[in-house]
Design a protein around this ligand. Structure first.
Ligand code: FES
Length: 104
């Protein structure tokens, strides 16, 4: 992966609009999309407590950091598998590779 001044870069590829956006390690999918003019619903204000910002992970779930407490809880409560779906306000790039998503 590309590195700019020690910060790992990777891409979030949005399959259903056929676009790819560069992001930095530790950036959330939502931050990357917002920066590129793509707004996602965020009923809880990006606190990992709703599922309105969910995205489908088609490839590269291993290139996201595992869910932390808040997201893990919400995913479990809603029967969502973190290999397949993530909360875009919480899911952060780990900088090791690209992630391909689908916006529901
Ligand atoms: S905006 Fe509510 S979980 Fe992401």
């Amino acid at each position: 992966m590309e590195s700019i001044e020690g910060v790992e870069m990777a891409k979030v590829i949005v399959s259903n609009i056929n676009m790819a956006f560069e992001g930095m390690e530790n950036e959330t999918i939502m931050q990357i999309l917002y920066r590129n003019g793509i707004e996602i619903d965020s009923a809880c204000g990006g606190h990992g407590q709703c599922t309105s910002c969910r995205v489908i992970i088609l490839f590269g779930s291993e290139n996201l950091y595992p869910p932390e407490f808040e997201e893990k809880d919400t995913l479990e409560e809603n029967g969502m598998n973190p290999e397949e779906e993530r909360l875009s306000c919480q899911a952060k790039l780990n900088g090791k590779g690209d992630v391909v998503i689908y916006l529901p």
